[in-house]
Design a protein around this ligand. Structure first.
Ligand SMILES: [Fe+2]
Length: 183
């Protein structure tokens, strides 16, 4: 279930607030300048390819492209059997920024975004139906967990796709990870 958990950087191991209320989550993120939406989840066959996924959500994708100037759209899919899952998890779990917004819509599965905003870290556990846009320049990281499973639509302004600038801040190691929260 979509969950927002707040941490303070002075006590990173201890949650401050936690909510599963969609309206509270959307309001809290909006106040922080983070776009968050809930889209109606379409029923797709288990073997739906990327074209079928993009077609199913075409109206929402076109709306975002028109409003935000996104030019590139693709579908990322990872399963617990992925041979590079540990390396992929480790890459995205280090704090970084992007020159572009990081836009993800979760078609299925789950993953946690962590947004480092001043003295606060907002952990957003995203599940199917969640659209989140991490604004360009925002310090953040992403945890897909030790047994990752998600399909996500990704939108980019730049055709270069995912380019991360790592901050070297060790904070991400001190905040509870996805498997700790999901347990
Ligand atoms: Fe990122």
């Amino acid at each position: 279930m979509t969950t927002l958990t707040t941490y303070h950087v002075s006590t990173p191991g201890q949650l401050v607030l936690q909510t599963r209320d969609d309206l509270v989550i959307a309001h809290t993120l909006a106040q922080a300048g983070i776009q968050f939406e809930r889209w109606a989840v379409r029923t797709l066959p288990a073997d739906a390819d990327s074209a079928a996924v993009l077609s199913a959500y075409a109206p929402e994708i076109e709306r975002l492209k028109a409003s935000k100037g996104y030019t590139t759209v693709d579908v990322a899919r990872i399963t617990p059997e992925h041979p590079d899952r540990a390396a992929m998890r480790q890459k995205f779990i280090e704090e970084h920024t992007h020159a572009d917004d990081e836009v993800r819509f979760f078609v299925e599965g789950a993953g946690a975004f962590y947004l480092h905003l001043g003295d606060t870290v907002l952990q957003v556990l995203c599940e199917a139906g969640d659209l989140i846009s991490v604004p360009a320049g925002t310090r953040h990281w992403f945890d897909m967990g030790p047994a990752p499973r998600f399909t996500a639509i990704r939108l980019f302004v730049s055709p270069d796709g995912w380019v991360g600038h790592f901050t070297g801040d060790p904070l991400s190691a001190a905040i509870p990870r996805l498997d700790a929260v999901a347990a």
